[in-house]
Write a protein that binds this ligand. Structure first.
Ligand code: FCB
Length: 456
């Protein structure tokens, strides 16, 4: 591939603690809402849990060897909240901190920048028991946690990402039933939206209080890119994107968000001073991108809005249409232009902040092949094609002036894909779950060659 990215561009891969670590009862880790949820009959499709996952709590050195072999500049991983604030008394669990310190030091020794996500959905169950993200105290507990981690690792972490995809931890988790805690409250997800925003601001402050202004602070959003009727796209942009972007980057919620949710949410959980707290300067905005939606206005009246379970409360008069193929094994459409268009649009609207693609990748029906010489391979040309085309779309955005500074492939290895459990494989490394053997797929070799060609 002859795509030339700027020399200082950061390429990496990404994972998240609950999806890879396993060891859920070791070294003082407390249960999280995802342990509870995944153990609830019927909550994940085959009853899969993260109890063992890819066993990376024990095998992280093997994973590090993969990263070294791959030749990435950076590794994006998350710190398990239940390993650090494992008891409600606020006393940090030193064993948890020791574990991540070991990982961070080993990454640095290998010349790989540690990019830390502080919250990738594993809220301690004791906070879940107090209402989880419906309770504003959760935001303060997460800020204390962020301060604890920053105190221990502040001199060594490259980038601090407060939250991964608050859209998922609010709408998909409290609005719908797909993610933990799976409450299906429809508009009852808005307090979670706000408290996650508040957590972002407080966590950013807590990191800067420990590390000072040199801390590179960030948040990762899975912004939705909708195609179709302008009215439907605008409505969903307010609910899914601007409900996070505007408070974080502009210090206000869009007025229209209040008008479109009249009758289903009074927003009285916003307290005076909250927006100033949420609106902290950030150095980089992370964007997770996989696919696009196609939407249209229905002939249902706008009001009254439904109060049923939904990932888009305030849009019950919008219809989701089927998207054009091809689709991935998740059923998501493949739309590289959407990545380009999204990056350009975000930059147009929020020109002050650098952007990073913190996740992009594809689930495929990967098959393990045992070769005649006994070696094993996984041929995944579709994933290579997907990555090439999305890299090219990102490059096009850079050429047009978008300050995109990094790109992380999801994922380093197959892992626990939340509701879908182990049925969906996103890795560039295949994991044989029976033996925990890691087998680099063809896409791994392709990425390795691409990265080597940048250095050569
Ligand atoms: C994102 C999540 C990540 C992974 C990918 C496929 O929504 O951040 O953990 O599950 O999707």
């Amino acid at each position: 591939m002859t795509l030339t990215f700027p020399q200082d561009f950061t390429f990496g891969t990404a994972t998240a603690a609950y999806q890879i670590e396993g060891a859920v009862t070791e070294d003082g880790r407390c249960p999280s809402i995802w342990d509870t949820f995944s153990h609830t009959p019927g909550a994940t499709i085959a009853g899969d849990t993260g109890d063992v996952a890819t066993d990376s709590y024990h095998r992280w050195r093997e994973d590090l060897a993969l990263l070294k072999d791959l030749g990435v500049d950076a590794y994006r991983f998350s710190i398990a909240v239940p390993r650090i604030i494992s008891t409600p008394d606020g006393v940090p669990n030193e064993k948890g901190l020791d574990f991540y310190e070991g990982v961070v030091d080993a990454l640095l020794e290998a010349g790989i920048k540690p990019v830390v996500t502080l919250y990738h959905w594993d809220l301690p169950q004791y906070l879940g028991d107090e209402g989880g993200w419906l309770n504003r105290r959760t935001a303060y507990a997460l800020a204390d946690y962020a301060g604890i981690v920053a105190k221990r690792l502040g001199d060594r972490v490259d980038t601090w990402t407060t939250l991964n995809e608050p859209w998922c931890s609010s709408y998909l988790s409290y609005g719908a039933k797909e993610h933990a805690p799976g409450l299906g409250l429809g508009p009852g997800a808005f307090p979670a939206v706000h408290h996650l925003n508040l957590a972002h601001g407080l966590m950013t402050q807590a990191v800067r209080a420990e590390v000072g202004d040199k801390a590179k602070c960030s948040v990762t959003l899975n912004l939705q890119f909708n195609r179709g009727d302008a009215d439907a796209c605008h409505r969903l942009d307010l609910i899914s994107n601007r409900a996070f972007l505007d408070p974080m980057l502009r210090g206000r919620y869009p007025d229209e968000l209040f008008s479109i949710t009249k009758g289903i949410c009074d927003w009285d959980f916003i307290q005076s001073g909250d927006l100033e707290l949420i609106h902290q300067p950030i150095d980089v905005l992370g964007i997770n991108y996989y696919s696009t939606n196609r939407v249209a206005m229905s002939d249902r009246p706008q009001f009254p809005q439904s109060t049923e379970a939904s990932t888009a409360p305030g849009a019950s008069d919008v219809d989701w249409l089927s998207t054009e193929g091809p689709h991935t094994d998740m059923g998501w459409n493949i739309d590289p232009d959407g990545l380009h268009d999204l990056l350009v649009r975000v930059h147009d609207n929020y020109p002050e902040v650098d952007l990073v693609v913190t996740e992009n990748g594809m689930a495929c029906k990967d098959q393990l092949t045992v070769n005649e010489d006994g070696t094993k391979s996984v041929h995944d040309p579709d994933r290579i094609d997907y990555l090439k085309r999305h890299f090219a779309a990102a490059k096009r955005a850079i050429d047009e002036g978008v300050p995109l500074t990094g790109y992380f492939v999801w994922s380093l290895l197959d892992n626990f894909e939340w509701y879908f459990g182990y049925a969906k494989r996103f890795g560039i490394t295949y994991v044989d779950y029976a033996t925990q053997e890691r087998i680099p797929k063809d896409s791994f070799m392709w990425y390795r060659d691409f990265l080597a060609s940048r250095k050569g």
